[in-house]
Design a binder for this molecule. Structure first.
Ligand code: URA
Length: 429
């Protein structure tokens, strides 16, 4: 038997946590016997001191053990077992890839059980985005998830009874500046993914200013840690390292990103969103052993859009009701002409958060319409007076702080910035 001050002190002083200490503290926190103030101190100690691979594996196991593990291996479609495969991103700005990718995989014959998260720090969360659709709910019972997987091929849901320790830790990390820690990110993601019942998993590990771990070596270490955790549970796992220096696409913010995703599902949309979606789809289909359709065809022929509509409607969403819009907008225009340079993804994420798309207090409602439209992407020509960014919010008093975040985050130059490859690496290679 141990106690919270002892566990905190051990990590604070750079020691290793014993298996029994990890099991105890995760369980006691989930049950409410360890308080938020004690866990906040422990999270900060982990943030500062780190954890070794064995500690991360045990912490992840304790988080999985805090709840249920789903098993969908008995589900059948047309008499055959489902090809269960999922994807998770470590978090980015304008990262609406899941919204497009899940229906692409369904249209290719896969089934996606996706436990998803809400906004964290400066990054958006898929559930917050999808819940911008009138009526859409991510709160699904296990029976509904099973039914949806069989009937429409995908369900995107709040983790609920899966890894409930993560729900509490995620909310606490979000408000205690303890998000950007390798052991905490790896255990948070993998506890949900290993409990959700997927058969295989592709991770999109972000690198660059808008990522939680911006340094390429740290991101590669995070990818390797998560791939190993997946293998340890018999879930084949692969990771792509992808650039998050610039925001993805032309929008960041909940409803704005859903609208942009619909453009991609309709066969258009920004090329970076299409490229990343197709790269991740290729990895998922290979890993799940699904052979047949070219994922690009599902965007061109509308079958991914059909799959998206079916999933949204199964979850109560009404796409025909229109997406919410913010009440106030403000547009930043170019003082002079030239070429748009890089746009700092972290700054855009912070600006979007300040506009009301994210939370400052756990459990807060987010503004569905808040966010930023990016009118000129890096490398695009700009003329004086042209709109560069439009900020959207329901609370105009937030505009100055959001504009301050954008200050210095972009530039207009005489020449094109170097083209950044989107896909930076793969783990395992
Ligand atoms: N996504 C998660 O689910 N958890 C993290 O810690 C970061 C991104």
């Amino acid at each position: 038997m141990t106690d919270a001050p002892t566990v905190i002190r051990t990590k604070r002083d750079g020691g290793r946590l014993a298996d029994a200490e990890i099991d105890w503290v995760v369980d006691a926190y989930t049950r409410g016997d360890v308080g938020d103030e004690q866990m906040a101190a422990l999270l900060m100690a982990i943030f500062l001191r780190g954890m070794d691979a064995a500690e991360i594996a045990r912490w992840t196991a304790a988080m999985i053990g805090s709840g249920t593990r789903f098993d969908f291996t008995d589900l059948r479609r047309d008499g055959r077992p489902l090809s269960l495969v999922d994807k998770h991103s470590t978090g980015g700005v304008g990262d609406k890839i899941t919204i497009v990718l899940v229906p692409v995989i369904v249209a290719c014959g896969g089934a996606v059980p996706q436990a998803s998260g809400r906004g964290l720090g400066h990054t958006g969360g898929t559930l917050d985005k999808l819940e911008a659709i009138p009526g859409f709910s991510g709160e699904l019972t296990l029976d509904r998830i099973r039914d949806q997987l069989t009937r429409v091929g995908a369900a995107i849901f709040a983790a609920g009874e899966l890894a409930p320790a993560d729900r509490k830790l995620y909310a606490l990390r979000d408000i205690t500046a303890t998000v950007d820690s390798l052991p905490l990110i790896a255990s948070s993601i993998m506890s949900k993914k290993l409990a959700e019942g997927t058969g295989s998993l592709v991770l999109d590990v972000k690198v660059g200013s808008g990522a939680f771990l911006s340094d390429p070596a740290d991101a590669a270490a995070l990818a390797a840690t998560m791939v190993d955790l997946g293998a340890g549970y018999g879930v084949p796992t692969r990771a792509l390292l992808t650039d998050m220096s610039n925001p993805l696409g032309r929008t960041a913010g909940n409803a704005l990103e859903v609208a942009e995703s619909l453009d991609v599902l309709a066969g258009g949309g920004p090329p970076d969103i299409v490229e990343l979606t197709l790269a991740l789809a290729g990895e998922m289909l290979t890993l799940a052993g699904i052979d047949g359709r070219d994922p690009a065809d599902t965007l061109a022929d509308g079958s991914a859009m059909d799959a998206f509509r079916a999933m949204v409607s199964a979850q109560g969403g009404d796409l025909d009701a229109g997406l919410p819009t913010a009440t106030v907008t403000e547009t930043v225009t170019a003082a002079g002409g030239g070429v748009m340079g890089d746009i700092d993804a972290h700054a855009v994420g912070m600006a979007v958060w300040r506009l009301g798309a994210g939370r400052t207090v756990a459990g807060q409602r987010v503004q569905a319409g808040a966010g930023i439209e990016i009118h000129r992407r890096p490398g695009e020509p700009v003329t004086a007076g042209q709109p560069l960014f439009t900020l959207h919010t329901d609370t105009p008093e937030r505009l100055p702080a959001a504009l301050a975040e954008l200050d210095g985050a972009w530039s207009i130059g005489a020449t094109r910035p170097p083209v950044r490859p989107l896909i930076l690496g793969r783990v395992p290679r």
